[in-house]
Design a protein around this ligand. Structure first.
Ligand code: ADP
Ligand code: MG
Ligand code: MG
Length: 250
């Protein structure tokens, strides 16, 4: 589904990713872990097509298509979606309008007509209830005054409504208390299916007790230096990252 090969990326002249390779198959959940500044956020930003990243070498293909040749909107329409695609507050733009516009854009890309208003409301209400979010969320401006936990729930809500083929979630556990983390994890788990893949960045092993990943990767110094299954996350939790760095340098 997604194949990243020997990716090199510069941000403002400094090399951030230095030969990163990653293959994700449909249905898989991959967790990326690694120290601060390793390049985790850079990876999903480059895949999603955010501005400001210069790819100096390597390739990214998604379902056989050259992702680096696609505009950011084309990537979203192809089903590549980054959570927090709208991380900033958008004053005056109500959450519900953004959700509807995004959904209709993806339907249009699939050659489908606009979703009828009653059907949209039914869908949104069902997903809101699943995320244990109050309907007042819909009337609030995007991310305006949202707490960290609310932003994360909103991010998952967006995914549940847009149903991307590859969902990329950055630090979905940051700022969440245990209850909110479980709700977010339930949301992510409900996204799982045989045709969809999930790439998530997490700092804490704890989240992976709730969302069991198929693969865990350690990103250090702009490369994936070690991959394993959920047990690797447990090992990182108890031993930190230093040993992985030493092992990869040896
Ligand atoms: P991580 O998510 O693993 O903590 P990031 O991908 O956010 O790491 O950042 C990797 C490195 O790239 C860091 O050293 C960071 O300071 C730098 N970096 C990221 N984005 C920018 C930017 N827009 N401008 C300058 N430096 C950046
Ligand atoms: Mg960081
Ligand atoms: Mg980051």
């Amino acid at each position: 589904m997604l194949e990243v090969k020997d990716l090199h990326v510069c941000v403002e002249g400094s090399k951030i990713l230095k030969g990163l390779s990653l293959t994700i198959l449909p249905g898989e959940v991959h967790a990326i872990m690694g120290p601060n500044g390793a390049g985790k956020s850079t990876l999903s930003a480059v895949i999603a097509g955010k501005q400001g990243y210069e790819v100096t070498a390597g390739t990214i293909t998604f379902e056989g298509r050259d992702v680096l040749d696609m505009e950011i909107e084309e990537r979203a329409q192809a089903g590549l979606l980054m959570g927090f695609q709208y991380p900033v507050e958008i004053p005056g733009v109500k959450n519900i309008y953004l959700l509807k516009a995004a959904l209709n854009a993806s339907r249009e890309a699939r050659g489908e007509s606009e979703i009828p208003a009653p059907e949209f409301m039914k869908l949104v209400k069902e997903k809101l209830a699943f995320m244990k979010m109050d309907s007042s969320f819909l009337q609030r401006a995007v991310n305006e005054g949202f707490s960290g936990g609310e932003k994360k729930r909103n991010e998952i809500l967006q995914m549940l409504i847009l149903e991307p083929k590859l969902a990329m979630l950055d630090e979905i556990d940051s700022g969440l208390d245990i209850d909110a983390m479980k709700i977010v994890a339930d949301g992510v788990n409900s996204l799982r299916n045989a045709d969809r893949a999930i790439l998530m960045v997490t700092h804490y092993q704890r989240l992976l007790d709730y969302i069991i990943p198929d693969k865990v990767h350690v990103l250090v110094g702009g490369r994936i230096v070690k991959s394993g299954d959920k047990n690797l996350a447990l090992e990182l939790e108890s031993r930190g990252y230093e040993w992985v760095v030493e092992e990869s340098a040896a």
